[in-house]
Design a protein around this ligand. Structure first.
Ligand code: UT7
Length: 332
């Protein structure tokens, strides 16, 4: 039987207007522009300041534009999956709220959580629904309002993260375009190094947990860095080797954007030249589930049908993954 491929047929992104610059952070915590830029590569990040707006608004804005670009209506979506670590609420799922906001009345919807690897885990999952022949139109959203879980008195974390996200549409392709291969991994023993201490079932919210600032991102940066720098490169290299791809065969490396130094190390291992690496950490910071779809969105006009893309991520959990994607369309 002929294989059906899950191809990305449209991409869109959305970020809030407000720009939190390094100069502004200098006034908030004991840091310098020079430290932030040299250690992370970030100059500014977007922050969703409007009260009452959450991750579902980021996702809904991205999906509305996505449907417009593809020229389809929301009721044509079969399934909508949102990957986030900052859901609007503990329940119901943020994807349900996005589906409602865009009018995806015939879709079922659920959330996934694999921290910074979430978009790739979800893309690989969503592809199965297309490849099996079950569905024709699946939307994957990767979005986070990281500012909702950041302690803006903690200089080690508040300089890193930003808000934003993107959405892709997956459709069947009889030709070999789309998701060609993937490899994912998890290691729960990485939990102590990157997590949110309270607000879940082990430690529900209490006056004490709020006073102890346990609802914010907790990260032991150096330990996470050591794992990230090897795991992200390892998994990308594995997927390339398995598909007989050299650095020259890859049109674009699309890495998760946690730290410019981690991105550079991954590019070196993949043999990818700097000008073939998508980077948005400088102007968006680490948007967690948003980093990779936002990269694809900003680079869309430069992507050509048949381009080989290597997507790679590492995140809390620990989680890591890489996808080999053959781009399916030229932008008109
Ligand atoms: O996306 C999910 C996965 N996350 C990651 O992949 C993140 C991986 N980790 C990192 O990217 C880096 O570890 C960070 C960017 C978070 C930190 O960079 P680092 O080079 O590992 O710095 P460090 O944590 O080792 O801190 C070095 C020094 C410390 O001071 P002492 O102890 O040497 O005196 C920190 O207190 O820098 C200090 N420091 C700062 N100084 C100025 C930490 N944050 C700041 C700051 N401004 N914002």
């Amino acid at each position: 039987m002929k294989k059906t491929y899950a191809a990305i047929t449209a991409i869109n992104g959305w970020v809030p207007e407000y720009r939190l610059t390094n100069a502004e952070l200098e006034k908030m915590v004991d840091t310098t522009e020079e430290w932030i830029l040299s250690r992370t590569g970030i100059t500014e990040r977007r922050i969703l300041k409007e009260p009452g707006m959450g991750t579902s608004d980021i996702g809904a804005n991205a999906v509305k534009g996505l449907l417009k670009k593809r020229g389809i209506t929301a009721d044509q979506i079969d399934l909508l999956i949102c990957s986030t670590v900052t859901p609007d609420y503990q329940f119901p799922a943020t994807s349900n709220l996005i589906a409602d906001k865009v009018g995806a009345t015939k879709a079922w919807a659920f959330d996934t959580n694999a921290a910074c690897s979430g978009f790739l885990f979800t893309l690989a999952t969503a592809a199965q629904f297309i490849e099996s022949g079950k569905y024709k139109k699946v939307v994957v959203v990767g979005a986070d309002k990281m500012s909702s879980i950041i302690d803006y008195t903690d200089r080690a974390t508040c300089i890193l993260f930003g808000d934003g996200g993107g959405a892709v549409l997956l459709e069947p392709s009889e030709e070999p375009y789309g998701i060609m291969d993937f490899e994912m991994g998890t290691d729960g023993s990485g939990f102590p190094f990157l997590h949110q201490k309270a607000g879940g079932s082990v430690k529900p919210a209490s006056l004490e947990s709020v006073a102890a600032k346990e609802h914010f991102v907790y990260q032991e940066g150096q330990s996470v860095f050591k794992f990230a720098v090897t795991k992200m490169a390892d998994v990308a290299e594995l997927v390339m080797k398995r598909n007989n791809l050299s650095g020259e065969d890859v049109a674009w490396l699309v890495p998760h954007q946690a730290n410019k130094r981690i991105i550079d190390a991954t590019a070196r291992r993949c043999g990818t030249d700097d000008d073939k690496v998508m980077i948005n950490i400088d102007h968006f910071g680490n948007t967690t589930n948003g980093t990779i779809p936002l990269c694809l969105w900003e680079w869309e006009s430069r992507l050509k049908k048949g381009d080989n893309l290597i997507l790679a991520a590492f995140g809390g959990g620990f989680t890591w993954g890489s996808i080999y994607l053959k781009w399916a369309y030229d932008t008109k």
